[in-house]
Design a protein around this ligand. Structure first.
Ligand SMILES: Nc1ncnc2c1ncn2[C@@H]1O[C@H](COP(=O)(O)OP(=O)(O)O)[C@@H](O)[C@H]1O
Ligand SMILES: [Mg+2]
Length: 362
């Protein structure tokens, strides 16, 4: 099976793990699940928009699993990953000998998805020539194998996904307007992870439970704060990769911020235990939005516990750096005892850099 393609039955067979769920209790995720619940039953095409790794395929699987076609095939194809020359055979199948190398008669994606749903991922990458053929198949609900002489009826619910939405391709002249109208009947937007930071904790827990089912793993304090400060261009997929890496570095099942490999300045600084002060300034009153006005400051609002944890970590690190890791003097600057400082450093997994240059006695 080529990389471009994944096939699975819509419902997990007995004994198989259940289909993965869209996890998250943020308002955005609740709204998304509610919208999916409303549109799943309709059978109409759905165009899903969202950044890479944000959960578009998962949303498509949820639409399929909650609709009338559940239990029938769900087929996903990455339109950007199929070579142009193989595209027609991939979508519609081919007869034996249709081209050099076509040694056997083969089913296409439409036949494989018959009765179920076909997800066209990165649909805006389809070349114009293929867009014409796809449109014809959708209008007539019939496909013809490459090298074949008769059409066959197919009954497939079409779902498609793209990062920026299809209208952009139409405006740029790279996506046919008639195909756009066919596909874009219902629009669904999956928000990026940085716009639903409330979901970080449950996502981390679910991902870790999946990655290490037989291990008890927990997050060190401030891991969530460090994650919340990251922009996650790769969204949930990036979080999964980060946690997999962190798990490999975990000490006694504790995931520490410096195991995450955060690429941001915050991450680099956390690794070096020198965290720059990046606390969001308290808004001056005139910047606060008035009722009926759009909020003017769109900085993400963090759960207070995360924010305080991050603030504490940053201030302690600043004091330590300023006093060249002389704990007694750093504690004095912070107005706490050395014992309290040691306790908080441990709790927040603040590590001191190794000094090989004959530091003064600390
Ligand atoms: N809300 C979510 N809850 C749980 N896992 C998620 C969620 N969103 C995404 N994932 C996981 O992140 C990864 C990427 O999701 P995917 O649906 O393939 O994203 P996309 O199709 O937008 O690139 C998958 O492993 C998926 O299971
Ligand atoms: Mg995808």
């Amino acid at each position: 099976m080529p990389d471009s393609l994944s096939r699975s039955p819509g419902l997990a067979a007995a004994g198989m793990p259940p289909a993965p769920q869209l996890i998250g209790n943020s308002a955005a995720m609740q709204a998304l699940r509610a919208q999916i619940g409303r549109i799943a039953g309709s059978g109409a095409p759905v165009a899903i928009r969202g950044e890479s790794g944000s959960g578009k395929e998962l949303a498509a699987r949820a639409i399929h699993a909650q609709g009338a076609r559940a239990g029938l095939p769900f087929v996903a194809v990455n339109c950007g990953a199929i070579p142009d020359a193989l595209m027609e055979a991939e979508f519609f199948g081919c007869r034996q000998g249709a081209y050099t190398g076509a040694l056997h008669e083969r089913q296409g994606l439409f036949q494989a998805a018959h009765g179920g749903s076909l997800l066209l991922d990165e649909v805006d990458d389809l070349p114009l020539a293929m867009q014409v053929k796809l449109l014809r198949a959708l209008q007539e609900r019939r496909v013809r194998k490459l090298g074949g002489s008769r059409d066959e009826a197919v009954d497939v619910r079409i779902l498609c996904a793209s990062q920026h939405g299809l209208a952009r391709g139409v405006a740029a002249g790279t996506f046919r307007r008639d195909l756009y109208y066919r596909l874009n009947v219902i629009e669904l937007a999956v928000p990026p992870l940085r716009e639903r930071l409330d979901d970080l904790q449950v996502l981390c827990e679910a991902i870790l439970a999946r990655l290490a089912p037989r291990q008890s793993v927990r997050l060190a304090p401030c891991v969530l704060a460090a994650l919340a400060a990251h922009a996650f261009p790769g969204n949930v997929r990036e979080l999964e990769n980060m946690l997999e890496r962190a798990l490999a570095f975990a000490d006694d099942g504790v995931i520490a911020p410096d195991g995450l490999g955060l690429p941001s300045p915050a991450g680099a600084a956390a690794r070096a235990s020198i965290t720059p002060l990046r606390l969001a300034p308290v808004l001056p009153e005139r910047q606060l939005s008035l009722p009926g006005m759009a909020p003017r400051n769109m900085a993400p609002v963090l759960p207070l516990a995360l924010y305080l944890c991050q603030a504490e970590r940053e201030m302690i690190t600043l004091a330590l750096v300023r006093e060249r890791y002389h704990r007694a003097r750093a504690a004095q600057l912070l107005g706490i005892s050395v014992r309290q400082l040691r306790y908080r450093m441990h709790k927040l997994t603040i590590q001191e850099p190794r000094f090989d240059d004959g530091m003064e006695d600390r």
